[in-house]
Write a protein that binds this ligand. Structure first.
Ligand code: PCD
Ligand SMILES: [Cu+]
Length: 806
């Protein structure tokens, strides 16, 4: 047999397991237009829902007249808060412990807010119905500035909370104040700041932006009145959590709700939360007895679903004259919009912002975050950055640059002398985290050598001289970043969402002929889980990845899990996958030993089989073992071969990376050109290098967009200024830089296969890298800090303010 002549290495390669750049199995379907997205779902008699949205950012609703709308042909119903109130559904809980209006209840708090829900036979009739609803508004004073929101005489935004001095995260000291979250040692940090040789201080603003997946959010709700079963298809990043929340707020028993996430066209955090569209579609289906579809338009998506960032981070960093950092202080004002709907684990109202000590050994630190209401859309999601980690990384990587300016030091050297050393891991950070593993110096030297750092600095200096002589109008900026991510939420002891512990799960079932199906509590939105998780199983139990089907996203079949966001799938569900596979391997070992008539301990696993120790010619392959498990009665062993694992990780994983960007900047036009972008990522054991490279390209491109132009902007009236793709920058192939990817491998010591997450790293790392490049170009002229996004106008303005235009 062919099998017998193959070496273990050849057999191992045939499995396409860990480390193999296996082609993505899902792409056969996607590249042929055979994906099945929410909008592809078409059911008999299906109706369409659409929203009447507020044109005002802050207004009282005097009346809503639905008569004309109900007369529009095809319009069947118009829901308002009054209709939802008897069901207790006019408000809903948010993931952050706040509550949010499902439909405007007496007033509106942001432009684009859902005011009424029109149900019609098709989307055209629904649109006509929306236009025919008459709403009488009385406009109220608008607050878009989070600092002004805290003025004593600022208008009261949340009248429902008036007089409430306790919020979900502690005391509220002002009517527009949500919470204050403090971490670290304030007194010790202030003492260090008072004594330090050097203290650099800066306000670092990370502007408001939006995940903007290609596919907008949507759902189809179908209530079967005969069986009493509600089926809900939707763009959900956390289908099980949606089922539980839907059950709790609707009163429908959880076993009577089936939530299905079909193919998803990108999530990026946008599809974690619960939106009014879901609630209204469920109610509409119950009321009409028909399936109801709701799918956002692009404008709906940009105006009303989860925004990201909007953090004003005031920082102080203290150091010795030689550049050793002695302390870090940060006060953040977080603009949460009209409702606190941030998607963070319950105990972390500002996410993992306390990772803001970054890759550096900083002895003391203090962080305070104030959450504030304004007249903007709610949200606050991890747009490709775990939970507020990109904010934290941007903050510390800017503060390092600012400190380098103060010390008149090279920023690469300043990082080098402050990195946490390899021998310090596991490292206890001043703000409470235990970093699992890292080797920052090795990664940093590799990165600097790869780009030829010293040569680049010389070229930059020569260019500067030429600029000063008037021979060129272009400057060179070198952007540096070393980031530490924190992903894999998370240990149930400190991470939950609405009380649901953030474990994850995998169930594996081996079929008699030796192929398998695995089901997980996570859900791919394009990451390629069907490809990579099969690779984990292949290496663990020796069944070729090509023989393993992977299924996610159907709550009737998948084991309970908290879903995919925060780059948690590999750290948590990936670990569950390895653990479930190991249970199968343990059972297979007993079966093999029985078949080979030896003791369990006398067989050992080798690639795809159990071999009798010392007798390599005597073995049973996994294929044979699988069949035996179904057709042979084995004493003391149940038939079948399957296992499930619910995995509660002991810690997060801490991937890291070293990014370097070289940018040319035209001082007169404000245009930039990314000459090169080098990204070294360390995500521990690499499952699929090609997928990782794709993740880095995607994440760095989103980072590029954010740093260089993408923004959700409002005017003082609270008008949304960037609600179309004419104004909201999304890079095309034309603008997208070319990336060089690289890696080091520092496995996670607690993850069964040593893997860390990677999906969000490239965003966390690239945003400060691009921004640092822009700042670096103007450093010789005295620029210290300038706000993103660095679009052409803002770069031109930097040059103008520095007097570089003649
Ligand atoms: N070491 C390692 C790691 C990892 N991996 C791979 O890679 C991926 C990823 O992973 P992760 O890191 O674990 O992550 P996940 O969880 O899966 O996912 C999530 C992420 O993911 C990313 N990416 C992506 N891609 C795509 N395509 N799409 C999408 O949507 C997305 N999103 C984004 C985001 S944003 Mo959040 O939600 O914001 O929180 S979070 C996020 C997958 O496949 C995996 O398996 C490998 O291979 N290896
Ligand atoms: Cu985030």
């Amino acid at each position: 047999m062919k099998d017998e002549v193959q070496s273990p290495e050849e057999r191992s390669a045939g499995l396409k397991g860990l480390g193999c750049s296996r082609k993505r199995v899902e792409d056969v379907r996607f590249t042929q237009g055979r994906g099945n997205y929410v909008d592809d779902i078409k059911l008999d008699g299906m109706l369409t829902g659409d929203f009447v949205r507020s044109p005002y950012a802050h207004a009282r609703i005097l009346s809503i007249n639905t008569e004309a709308a109900l007369a529009v042909p095809g319009v069947l119903a118009v829901l308002t808060a009054k209709d939802l109130e008897p069901l207790g559904l006019h408000w809903m809980p948010t993931l952050a412990g706040d509550k949010q209006m499902v439909l405007a209840d007496g007033k509106v708090l942001f432009q684009g807010q859902e005011v009424a829900y029109v149900v019609a036979t098709d989307r055209y009739a629904a649109a006509d119905g929306v236009a025919a609803v008459e709403v009488d508004y009385e406009d109220l004073p608008v607050v878009t500035d989070p600092f002004k929101a805290m003025d004593p005489d600022a208008p009261v935004l949340r009248e429902d909370l008036a007089g409430q001095t306790e919020g979900a995260h502690g005391p509220r000291r002002h009517h527009n104040h949500i919470f204050t979250w403090e971490q670290g040692d304030k007194a010790a940090t202030e003492a260090v700041l008072a004594e330090a040789d050097v203290v650099a201080e800066e306000m670092v603003y990370y502007h408001r932006t939006h995940p903007m997946p290609l596919e907008t959010c949507g759902c189809v709700a179908s209530m079967d009145k005969v069986t009493g079963k509600l089926t809900l298809w939707g763009t959900f990043q956390a289908p099980h959590a949606v089922r539980t929340v839907a059950s709790l707020i609707s009163g429908i028993a959880e076993h009577n709700i089936r939530v299905i996430s079909p193919d998803i066209g990108g999530g990026f955090g946008n599809k974690v939360g619960v939106y009014p569209g879901y609630v209204c579609s469920i109610v509409a289906s119950i009321v009409t007895g028909k399936p109801v579809k709701w799918v956002e338009s692009r404008m709906d998506n940009l105006m009303s679903t989860a925004f990201a960032r909007d953090y004003w981070m005031q920082g102080k960093i203290a150091a010795t004259k030689e550049g050793k950092i002695t302390g870090l202080w940060c006060h953040t004002t977080a603009d949460h919009g009209g409702f606190d709907a941030c998607a963070d684990p319950t105990k972390f109202p500002a996410g993992f912002m306390n990772i803001c000590t970054g890759s550096y050994d900083i002895p003391v630190a203090y962080l305070a975050v104030d959450g504030v209401y304004t007249n903007k859309a709610p949200g606050g999601v991890a747009y490709r950055c775990s939970f507020r980690v990109t904010e934290a990384a941007y903050f510390i990587e800017r503060m390092i640059e600012v400190l380098a300016i103060r010390l008149n030091m090279d920023a690469a050297e300043l990082r080098r002398i402050n990195f946490i050393r390899k021998d310090q891991f596991p490292y206890q950070s001043a703000l409470g985290w235990e970093y699992d593993s890292g080797d920052y110096h090795t990664a940093w030297e590799k990165a600097l050598n790869a780009v030829g750092y010293d040569v680049l600095r010389r070229e930059q200096a020569e260019r500067l001289e030429a600029f000063k002589r008037g021979e060129t109008r272009k400057l060179i900026g070198i952007g540096l970043t070393h980031f530490t991510e924190i992903v894999g939420a998370g240990p149930v002891k400190n991470c939950d969402i609405l009380g649901l512990g953030m474990f994850d799960s995998c169930e594996i079932r081996i079929h008699p002929t030796g192929s398998a199906i695995a089901r997980l509590g996570t859900i791919s939105q394009g990451q390629g889980h069907a490809t990579t998780f099969a690779q984990i199983i292949a290496s663990e139990i020796g069944i070729p990845a090509d023989d393993i089907t992977l299924e996610e996203g159907d709550t009737d079949t998948a084991p309970y899990g908290l879903g995919t966001y925060g780059s948690r799938s590999t750290p948590v569900a990936g670990a569950a996958t390895a653990m479930a596979a190991r249970k199968i391997r343990a059972k297979a070992q007993m079966i093999a030993a029985y078949l080979l008539e030896v003791h369990d301990d006398d067989v050992e696993f080798e690639v795809d089989r159990f071999v009798v120790k010392g007798a390599p010619e005597r073995f049973k392959t996994m294929k044979e073992i699988a069949f035996a498990s179904y057709n042979q009665a084995i004493p003391g062993v149940e038939p079948g071969l399957e296992a499930v694992s619910y995995y509660d990780p002991p810690n997060m994983t801490y991937p890291f990376g070293a990014y370097i960007c070289v940018m040319e900047i035209d001082v007169d036009t404000g245009e930039h050109e990314v000459r090169s972008f080098y990204a070294l990522d360390d995500c521990g054991t690499r499952i699929n290098p090609m997928i990782i490279e794709g993740q880095v390209h995607g994440g760095a491109t989103e980072g590029y967009a954010i740093a260089m132009g993408q923004e959700i902007a409002y005017d003082e009236m609270g008008n949304h200024k960037t609600a179309t793709l004419m104004d909201f920058f999304v890079p095309t192939a034309w603008e997208t830089p070319h990336y060089t990817t690289d890696f080091t491998v520092t496995p996670s010591p607690h993850h069964p296969i040593g893997a860390k997450g990677v999906g969000e790293s490239p965003n966390v790392g690239s945003v400060p890298c691009f921004s640092n490049a822009v700042h670096d170009a103007f450093r010789p002229f005295g620029l210290v800090q300038s706000h993103m996004p660095h679009d052409h106008w803002r770069i031109w303005k930097i040059a103008e303010d520095l007097g570089l235009h003649v």
